[in-house]
Design a protein around this ligand. Structure first.
Ligand code: NAG
Length: 238
């Protein structure tokens, strides 16, 4: 009897603890990726086998270099319409972090540059500003926007799966690091998902959603380089 009672008390204590952690840190009690079952698992990217991820390289073939990565020393080019560059240290580029449940991106933003509105379906994100002034914002499922401008050395958290963005609001270039609690956080760029999918979402559906005329949707799609004359016809047969 006493043993049963104490088990119950312990589990409800744990539940309360979990809920408290969720409330105060907006992070789940459970990590985003499965726990590792081995000390190391350097992803074998060359293997054709995929079982919810990559197989591990045989330990006899693992080297020191598998665990060190200098790919974030320099930023990616920001010479594009968004003024945005990203380099990723994830399971695909840095196989040594595989199964450890973490990965890191380096984001560079030119003056006036923006990290497009997007979602990471599999990870929470923590940002550390290295240089410049960055506006970070995310929107909750209840449609509340939280945003703030951060300077070098300051940090933000983006709760898992929420719509978010970043913008360079200073007069210099920006660099920041984004750490994720997943080796493959994934990214869904909202503008591309909505206006440049393959095949494209029918204009009348987007027009209803955005409460505008279909011509406005066609104009937006044309900005993504889509052949707008083809897209409605593609859907006529449905
Ligand atoms: C991992 O990084 C590569 C290189 O930047 C990128 O192409 C890929 O989409 C990333 N994978 C995930 C799941 O985040």
């Amino acid at each position: 009897m006493a043993a049963k009672f104490s088990v119950k008390t312990t589990s409800s204590f744990f539940l309360v603890l979990c809920l408290t952690v969720i409330l105060f840190f907006t992070l789940s009690c459970f990590s985003a990726d499965p726990d590792p079952l081995q000390d190391i698992c350097v992803a074998d990217l060359s293997s054709p086998i995929r079982v919810n991820g990559y197989p591990c390289k045989p330990e006899s073939q693992v080297t020191t270099n598998d665990f060190f990565f200098s790919g974030l020393r320099n930023g990616a080019s920001t010479a594009n319409p968004l003024g945005f560059g990203v380099r990723r240290a994830n399971a695909s580029t840095f196989p040594g972090l595989y199964t450890q449940g973490v990965s890191v991106n380096r984001v560079d933003l030119a003056r006036g540059g923006t990290n497009a509105i997007h979602v990471h379906p599999r990870a929470s994100e923590s940002n550390l500003v290295i240089k410049g002034k960055v506006l970070f914002g995310f929107v909750t499922t209840a449609n509340v926007l939280y945003y703030k401008v951060l300077k070098a050395g300051e940090t933000s958290i983006i709760p898992r799966g929420l719509v978010h963005f970043a913008a360079n609001v200073g007069s210099k270039n920006v660099a920041y690091l984004s750490a994720f609690n997943s080796v493959l956080p994934g990214v869904s760029p909202i503008p591309d998902n909505l206006f440049a999918s393959t095949p494209t979402i029918p204009n009348y559906i987007l027009a209803k959603n955005f409460r505008v005329d279909e011509k406005v949707i066609a104009l937006i799609k044309s900005k993504f380089g889509l052949d707008i004359s083809l897209s409605p016809a593609t859907w006529e047969d449905i």
